[in-house]
Ligand binder design. Structure first.
Ligand code: NAP
Length: 309
């Protein structure tokens, strides 16, 4: 049986791995469907302390992975879909495989939220609809695109897309951005970005080749409907926590986020079970806060394991 299994390889998971490995717990880190987590789909990270010139998300995650491995953490690819969490033994089921540990740290992150409108599913991927400008932006060189959303992610996506695209229409359902002031100002000042306020996307329309050609948009104040021509639709409307396997065994809030025990940001009601990062944090959701929670969770796991000995 493992001392500690960490679920997730984002900032929270790898930081927990670094601390648990340095505490000689020989941690096993399970890598899910998105190795490296959400930061691997981000362009420049300018607010992670220690990188005054910024660092791209992929490189930051590679640094964290190397650091965890250097101290002896092990990484395996496994998508856990069911858990049984006993006091002295936790079982994690990944398809046919069963992992067992005395303690676990859940750092499963969050996944992009989708609009749920006609055309979205059908055109997702190579046909024009995506949630990742860093991954797909270059495919839309010289084209008009739209970004949906009004938060930091939408601004980041829109700004990134200006490197390639002719015009970026930022479609938001309200008449002001939710993004941080600096991001909002940068976005609205950019000559290639045009905001479309108070507007909701009703449908994503395809051309004869089955690729996106436009979005149909309704003005929520006037009720007027129009089409906005675009080859790419970048959806940046927030995230859903990856907490499905835990919904029967741990408390979740209405949006599916794991709820830590009162008075702690990482302890849960179950002994030896800890949470870290975006799967349990709908307030801060930053790389550095996820890393901080990973550190706290590993220290708590170490103390709990020492008490059991
Ligand atoms: P967010 O702050 O939750 O913003 C989501 C945006 O999408 C909001 O503007 C929301 O509209 C809109 N939205 C939600 N559901 C929608 C729907 N069904 N249809 C249309 N619009 C919808 O999410 P985020 O931008 O992903 O940011 C998440 C967190 O990460 C934030 O704390 C952010 O500061 C942080 N972040 C930081 C950086 C950075 O610092 N470089 C980059 C990215 C993200 P309303 O405004 O009406 O709610």
């Amino acid at each position: 049986m493992e001392n500690v299994i960490i679920l997730g390889t984002g900032c929270a998971g790898f930081t927990a791995g670094i601390y648990a490995a340095r505490a000689n717990l020989n941690p096993l880190i399970l890598e899910g469907k998105q190795p490296g987590g959400q930061l691997t789909t981000t362009s420049e990270v300018e607010n992670f302390p220690g990188f005054p010139e910024g660092i791209d998300g992929y490189s930051l995650m590679e640094h964290l992975r190397k650091q965890a491995l250097k101290f002896g953490a092990r990484v395996e690819n496994a998508f856990v879909d069911r858990v049984a969490l006993g006091e002295s033994e936790k079982s994690l089921f990944a398809g046919e495989k069963i992992y067992q540990a005395k303690s676990i740290i859940i750092a499963t992150g969050a996944a992009p939220r989708l609009l749920g409108v006609p055309g979205e599913k059908e055109l997702f991927g190579g046909k024009g609809v995506t949630t990742c400008a860093t991954c797909d932006g270059a495919f839309y060189r010289g084209m008009d695109v739209v970004v949906v959303g009004g938060g930091d992610s939408a601004c980041e996506e829109a700004l990134f897309l200006t490197r390639f695209c002719t015009k970026v229409t930022l479609i938001h359902r309200r008449n002001e951005l939710r993004a941080s002031k600096i991001m909002a100002e940068r976005t609205l000042a950019h000559e290639k970005i045009e905001p479309l306020w108070d507007s909701a996307v009703d449908e994503i329309l395809a051309d004869e080749d089955g690729k996106a050609r436009a979005v149909q948009v309704t003005n929520l104040k006037s009720g007027e409907t129009k089409e906005v021509e675009c080859k790419g639709v970048f959806i940046a409307i927030g995230h859903l926590p990856n907490t499905q396997p835990f919904k029967e065994v741990l408390p979740l809030d209405d949006n599916g986020y794991l709820i830590p025990e009162s008075g702690s940001s990482v302890k849960t009601a179950l002994p030896g079970v800890y949470v870290a990062g975006d799967c349990a944090d709908h307030v801060y959701r930053q790389a550095i806060t996820a890393a901080g929670m990973g550190c706290q969770a590993a220290i708590e796991a170490e103390r709990w394991l020492a008490d059991q000995a």
